[in-house]
Ligand binder design. Sequence first.
Ligand code: FAD
Ligand code: PYC
Length: 414
Amino acid sequence: MQKFSIWSLLRNSVSYHEGWQKQWRSPEPKREYDVVVVGAGGHGLATAYYLAKEHGLRNVAVVERGWLGGGNTARNTTIVRSNYLWDEATQLYEKSMKLWEGLSQDINYNVMFSQRGVMNLGHSLQDMRDIQRRVNANRLNGVDAEVLSPQQIQEMLPFINLGSRYPVLGASFQRRAGVARHDAVAWGFARAADAHGVDILQNCEVKGIRREGGAVVGLDTARGFIRARKVAIVAAGHSSVLAEMAGFRLPLESHPLQALVSEPLKPIFPTVVMSNAIHAYISQSDKGDLVIGAGIDQYAGYGQRGSYHVIEGTLQAIVELFPLFSRVRMNRQWGGIVDVSPDACPIIGLTPVKGLYINCGWGTGGFKATPGSGWAMAYTVAQDRPHPLNEAFSLDRFYNGHLIDEHGAAAVAH
Ligand code: FAD
Ligand code: PYC
């Protein structure tokens, strides 16, 4: 694999950047793989990468119905944090945070991880009690967290309106949290997985999952039948569709979730601000756009678009908090399909079909988990059992009642 470094950049700059190799191959599908991962979003690509890197599995393919990274991975607002409430969730997201901190070096690809901090605003006394409790829980788990007073918030954001219809009484703040560049995450994992021999098969929709004697044997795809010893479903908003192909059901609802970006502005917004209570969050990309997101559309659906009344409510809230932005023009809007579980936590583990594994239910918050999710999923597939980090996130919890209710820390209303 061609290495990115200051020297390779310099070398290529004098030859008009014509010497760069393709970042990954586009091979024909083999007849058979040890593992096929369904879904080339960040989570699927990370799973394949860690299967190869950590577990030495090289006969691996990732099959994708469209283009790699074209699902939620390329549609999200890129917030990365690990300030969840419950021990199980905090440890999983914190594992991911640690991987983020070394990711660009590990995969030799700049994912532009920027630890500019994430603020979760409190607008009522109950919000502030919840914030105190979550900050305490985070600290007990060794995760950095602090409570900011309104004055401290105003020092960071002098133009915030603390006394609007949504009074700001304080916030939780995680300094190690921030944002990363979503496309780069998909491309970086794809390139690193490909370098380990993983075949990435785009335009290869899975249309059926073949089983024999209760075990998976392969996939019917748009590019023919592919035999597989093991299959990992990592298909986000379409997880239920794939589970149905394998004859079991998932406790998930698929909903549209949307975001929008403004025209580019000079750097003005130094951190990330989220408000669960008013369903709005905002940051500024390195290009200068304000990146703004909303809560989910309440109806279930597979249309990758959002609706106007949600945009209107979100922008109303943003302008109340930041009147300065009232004349900024919005440039683009889009939606993704998120797979929401009843306790706002993911499912990572075994399924009722032998050799078939599932990673889904990340809902509105899976981007931050991309490396950790791939790492835990790779372990689960390679060892045929969950890692202690994802043991609590099995499908069984919906039968035995050991739910991990993270609605409060999900930070986006659903
Ligand atoms: P995806 O990237 O959706 O990958 C799944 C892939 O499976 C897709 O490429 C799809 O085409 C493929 N697939 C589906 N069916 C098939 C099939 N039959 N055959 C083959 N391939 C198939 N999370 C955060 O942590 N922070 C945020 O700030 C944040 N903001 C968000 C904002 C928006 C607007 C949205 C929509 C989501 C946001 N999320 C955020 C959530 C996050 O984007 C997702 O949880 C995460 O990207 C899921 O990653 P993934 O790789 O599992 O999914
Ligand atoms: O989980 O932090 C999050 C998030 C932000 C926007 C959407 N999800």
